[in-house]
Design a protein around this ligand. Structure first.
Ligand SMILES: C[S@@+](CC[C@H](N)C(=O)[O-])C[C@H]1O[C@@H](n2cnc3c(N)ncnc32)[C@H](O)[C@@H]1O
Length: 222
């Protein structure tokens, strides 16, 4: 059994134990900041699908990152990326999951105790080694504002002293995600972060949509 299978079983056990099965919340991947634990519990199957898409990208990502790194996962949800990274042999020194929704963080901690979790990016420590920044299906969230993305970029600049690799996965052609990514790119530029290596490609997603993968190396130009 690999780590992702183990996490999948943990999700089922937690749902059964806390009797989360019966909720009318329709989860189409949009998680409101105030969604409660019963609502957040409906994310399980979609979370596994998103984790499998991340798994599809790891082989291309691995040659671009040092063998030991720190991980920041923006909009981490259940933090399933921990399992995918381990299954792919990516050794990380620390996993730091950020999500404004406390119920998603509750799930992440119930599934596995490993990692540090933050509901505000201001709490991120400063890293002297290279960082892998994962943003998996977050740019398309209704609750992501310009101010949020400005805070992501300024905190990444503050926290990642030795630069970072960004790995982003979004639904290809989904306008809100594309618009937000364009704004994010503007913040990167205006805050003097320089993109050294830009890779962009598409994969067949776990559902009917194609997914757009963006993989960048960034460091502070100043
Ligand atoms: C579709 S889920 C993706 C979760 C996780 N990245 C994954 O791949 O399983 C979207 C996540 O973004 C989070 N989110 C919503 N608004 C956010 C914001 N402004 N900043 C960061 N995360 C946000 C939600 O709470 C939710 O956990």
């Amino acid at each position: 059994m690999n780590n992702l299978h183990f996490f999948e079983n943990r999700i089922k056990t937690i749902k059964a134990h806390f009797q989360h099965e019966f909720t009318g919340y329709q989860n189409r991947g949009q998680i409101a900041k105030e969604a409660n634990i019963h609502e957040a519990s409906t994310y399980g199957p979609l979370g596994i699908a998103h984790a499998k898409e991340f798994q599809q990208t790891i082989d291309k990502l691995k040659p671009n990152i040092p063998s030991t790194i720190h991980v920041i996962d923006i909009g981490c949800g259940y933090a399933l990326a921990r399992a995918v990274l381990k299954d792919s042999g990516v050794n990380y020194k620390s996993y730091n999951g950020f999500d404004p929704n406390e119920s998603m963080l509750w799930f992440a901690k119930q599934i596995d105790g490993e990692g540090k979790f933050f509901s505000s990016l201001d709490q991120l420590p400063v890293f002297r080694d290279h960082v892998l920044v994962i943003i998996n299906h977050v740019f398309g969230q209704n609750s992501v504002s310009q101010a949020d993305m400005c805070s992501w970029v300024s905190n990444l600049k503050r926290s990642c002293n030795a630069g970072f690799t960004l790995m982003s996965i979004e639904i290809d052609g989904f306008l809100p995600a594309a618009r937000n990514f364009t704004l994010f790119r503007r913040f990167i530029k205006s805050m003097n972060l320089c993109v050294q290596n830009e890779v962009e490609y598409r994969i067949q997603g776990e559902h009917k949509n194609y997914k757009i993968i963006r993989q960048w190396n960034l460091r502070s130009a100043a």
